[in-house]
Ligand binder design. Sequence first.
Ligand SMILES: [Zn+2]
Length: 422
Amino acid sequence: MTRRAILFVADGHRDDFLRPDLCPNLAGFAETGRRFHNHTGNFPSATRASAASIATGCWPGTHGLHGNTMGLPGAGGTVIHDVGDPAFVGSLRAAFGRTLKVPTLAERLAPVGGALIASNVSPGAAYFHDPDGHGHVVHRVGSFGPGRCPLGPDEAPIVSHDAAGDMALCDWFCDRMTGEDGSALGVLWLSDPDLSMHADALGSARHLAGVAAADACFGKLRDSVDAMRAAGDDVLLIACSDHGQETVIGHVAIGDELVAAGLKDGPDSTEVAVAPQGGSGLIYLAGDGVGRLDEITAFLTAHPHVGEVFPGAAMRAVGQAEGDGLAIAFSMARDSQENENGVSGRIWVCTSDSKPGKPVGRGSHGGLGRWERHPFLIAGGGRFAPGTNEHGRTRLIDIAPTILRHLGQPRDGMDGLALPHD
Ligand SMILES: [Zn+2]
């Protein structure tokens, strides 16, 4: 009997939308598997650093990928980069001589069956599952095999960035995983419902259509897992999301406000650099900026649209760490009010010229809001007790050690803990 693990991620799917009327396949899996009701996302509650945490079992402060945007040394201080850009893996390597600071599942599993990651979110979020090329990463912008050798269109599909593309990628992934050369680990990461939640109000027909589309993909995948089990494989199936979303109240350009307050030299200055993360932000200090930590912390703490502020070592409380220029993390303010569709949770969003943020009234995420940080999680197969519920807190970093435990591999050097079976 061959042990294998399949991880299904429906990006952005809030735990409270995992309902039988909206997503019968996932809700059915929750009934027959073990559901984790108190699953919590990362800080920032954003996809790219969360993908790296799922891939490594470590907090961002440990793996070194800080958020959806992050600062790298440059221009005499810190320059903010978009982590979603396909070129960012190379930029990170050029800055520090490495990509992530810790090994990924793809690296750990390369000698024992390998990993196939198929992702339809941003290129950066896909590539940080395996930035150094130990397994196979399939993405519409470019796919890679071991050694980061590019895969041609006959070896990997090029799908659209929408629900139809999610299903096309799912079909290809299921064929590949049930075929003769199926990997020990398969990861399928869909763009929906996150894409649909950003495109309209939470609870809208568009959001619900995105939930249904992701659920249809899960139904197809579950049938493939059933076929793998019928053929004799011992398959652990994990279904989850990486974060949720809340409704945008308004926007604040924190970097511009620091300039106006005399705490940053200019809009493009590099001694103080703000990396927006939707419902939160990260601040990098260099040179003359280092001495402004206390003043900037006081400015943010007094700001009516900023929530919690974590200067220096206090960032450890949210899984970030001082170093590489990162000096302050902050969440934006929020409330628990409902939108026009009765969906609770609203957030302020941190913006910059290059990151204008999602429009008011639509969904977004990135901060410490209850629903931003409440993705769903279900595990079935392996030794997970069927039809059971866990109410203790679990985290994104607990997924990788759970997969390694099932595959009989060591799980040293991880911040997370394998999920309880019963
Ligand atoms: Zn996401």
